[in-house]
Design a protein around this ligand. Sequence first.
Ligand code: FPP
Length: 245
Amino acid sequence: MSDTLNNPEKTPEHIAIIMDGNGRWASERSLPRVAGHRQGVQALRRAVRAASDLGVKYLTIYSFSSENWSRPEAEIDHLFGLLRRFVSQDVAELHSSDIRIRIIGERSALKEDIVELIEYCEQLTSDNKGMTLVVAFNYGSRQELASAVQSIAERVARGELQPDEINTETIASHISTSDIPDPDLLIRTSGEQRLSNFLLWQCAYTEFVFVNEHWPDFNRDILVRAIETYANRDRRFGGLKAKAL
Ligand code: FPP
């Protein structure tokens, strides 16, 4: 293990991942796109195990975005099928590894059985003390912020809050990650360098690491490399370097 990984101070507390490139991985092998998503689930299992072993406290994954509804219906059905299977096959093992599961995103548009599965996983694992796996499913950051603004406006309308009392903490406490620290490190696979409506508020000071490998090839070595890149960054949060003070 490298020095970075022996030093818990250098390990990010919260890693967020945009799992990109399943389709490209499949087309490079002349396989249907869904084969890439299936391999993507294997990569997800490797990522969860590695992050938990390395002492990461929160791992947030972008598994279905609000914009993914524009994909062909068959692909959407397949992604929902993978979620169902992931939950039914993996939840017991995640639970026995003391992993807590949280699902963020808009639930009202989801089928009832999916909502029930989500609630089951969250309840079953709610007292676990190991890593928290946050699954962003039917998630869009702009939608999340719009709904936070709506809740705040309702509180103002009821007279519970004055407009001039609204500050950054008010907003942070009305979004779905209100009890989760902001990501320290965001990894996006497949060489793309954008946020795609993922955790826009939460990533204000997050370090971004973009890797060229497609998501189905993701493994512990790639995760360790990303953590090492992160550990060598100089995080200043808008201030000055410690030695310049
Ligand atoms: C991006 O690849 C990936 C997704 C839109 C879905 C991510 C889903 C998984 C890894 C598997 C499902 C896991 C759960 C828990 C549901 P892409 O299709 O955009 O790839 P491309 O950009 O190469 O076309």
